[in-house]
Write a protein that binds this ligand. Structure first.
Ligand SMILES: Cc1ncc(COP(=O)(O)O)c(C=O)c1O
Length: 382
């Protein structure tokens, strides 16, 4: 198997804990264990938890809590993984074989793009477009219908989307499922940003719209708990049962402490508090970023993200995005994600989920570098 580098993760893994200002993160600043465990008795529970190999597909209690988020699902519809990334890995590994076609919504978290190709699939890109009239990132379902063929094993979507923060509508999800149904194609929907909406309205899920849907998600983004490394697959029980044995070859089981803390996070009242915290952060922080973008002399254009602590902004500076990211990191110790990591030069993905003072200070450093770069000519922009 030949793996192409997963450029964004490689950059983040290398530098995110080295720089002074990490504006590359797509989630909100994480909670501590103390903040998560509101009740001191829960702390005792954590300290008394034996460091066993816990149930390898997730404890039944945790799987039941996850299942409760998806109408009609039971614990048997759920497999708990180490992060949403392992969930995506296992599903792609299980489904994609040489010769298969995979239709992938782009831009996207490029993990499944790299994996589908590594497993011998051909990726056909289904492109989100900037709709100037609606100020929305839009999809064309007719394009999707053209891309899906009898060889399409899997359609992969990400909603709310990384990097744009756009969410698909109920209608769009229904159409995607209808198109998939023509050839029995599976639909993998990465919904890890669901619950992190700026307007507080939960994004629609693909769950329940078609018999061959697989949802991947986890606690890293909307819940502010990336260090737990808890993710999940929700799918028909036969599919979940078949992927469990793949898990034996990756990490065997989630950490026992993480399984326990995830159960705490998903107690309904606690879950609401966590999602409320995330939504408050994205709601309150976005104006800080937006004000800064607007103050850069017309050099940025952006569509407001609906969910997630990320904004994918087009810029008009005469510089390639990888080079800009390099300069920001080496000259100012600021990490941002260049559009090139999504195959879209002249874009930057800003993460705005940090504390406001930190965000302002990081952006001020970005301004210092931008002040040294000329704007692109109108001809170069066209
Ligand atoms: C869409 C998407 N899915 C999955 C992941 C990885 O999630 P985790 O950290 O839970 O492995 C990310 C991380 O940025 C993501 O953006």
């Amino acid at each position: 198997m030949k793996l192409e580098p997963f450029a964004m993760e490689r950059m983040q893994s290398t530098y995110e804990n080295e720089v002074e200002f990490n504006l590359s993160e797509s989630g909100v600043y994480p909670l501590s264990v103390r903040e998560l465990l509101a009740d001191p008795r829960e702390m005792d529970g954590l300290l008394d938890q034996a460091l066993v190999y816990t149930q390898s597909n997730g404890t039944r209690a945790l799987r039941a809590s996850v299942a409760a988020l998806y109408p009609g699902a039971t614990a048997d519809h759920v497999e708990v993984t180490n992060g949403g990334s392992e969930a995506n890995y296992i599903v792609t590994w299980k489904l994609v074989e040489p010769g298969d076609e995979v239709v992938l919504m782009v831009p996207n978290y490029m993990q499944t793009w790299g994996l589908a190709r590594a497993f011998g699939g051909t990726v056909r890109e289904w492109r989100l477009r900037e709709d100037a009239a609606t100020r929305r990132w839009d999809v064309d379902t007719d394009d999707l219908a053209r891309l899906v063929t009898p060889k399409t094993k899997l359609i992969i979507i990400c909603t709310p989307n990384n990097p744009t923060g756009a969410r698909l509508t109920e209608r769009e999800l229904d159409t995607i499922c209808r198109v998939a149904g023509r050839h029995g194609t599976w639909v993998l929907s990465d919904e890890i940003y669901r619950g992190a909406e700026r307007d507080g309205r939960e994004s629609p899920s693909v769950w329940g719209r078609y018999e061959r849907v697989i949802v991947t998600s986890g606690l890293s983004k909307a819940y502010g708990l990336p260090g737990l490394r808890i993710g999940w697959i929700v799918a028909p029980p036969e599919f979940v049962a078949s992927t469990w044995s793949y898990h034996d070859y990756t990490t065997i089981a989630p950490g026992a402490l993480s399984d326990l803390l995830a159960r705490v996070a998903l107690v309904p009242e606690r879950r609401q508090v966590l999602l409320g915290r995330t939504r408050a952060i994205v709601r309150d922080n976005f104006p800080v970023l937006e004000q800064w973008l607007g103050s850069q002399a017309g050099a940025f254009e952006w569509i407001q993200p609906e969910a997630g602590a990320i904004c994918f902004a087009r810029y008009h500076y005469a510089i390639n995005s990888l080079e800009l990211a390099h300069r920001l990191r080496t000259e100012k110790s600021v990490l941002i994600v260049p559009g090139d990591h999504f195959g879209m030069d002249r874009f930057i993905r800003f993460g705005y989920g940090e504390r406001p003072d930190y965000l302002r200070a990081g952006l001020a450093r970005v301004s210092e570098v931008l002040a040294t770069i000329p704007l692109a000519s109108a001809a170069a922009r066209a």
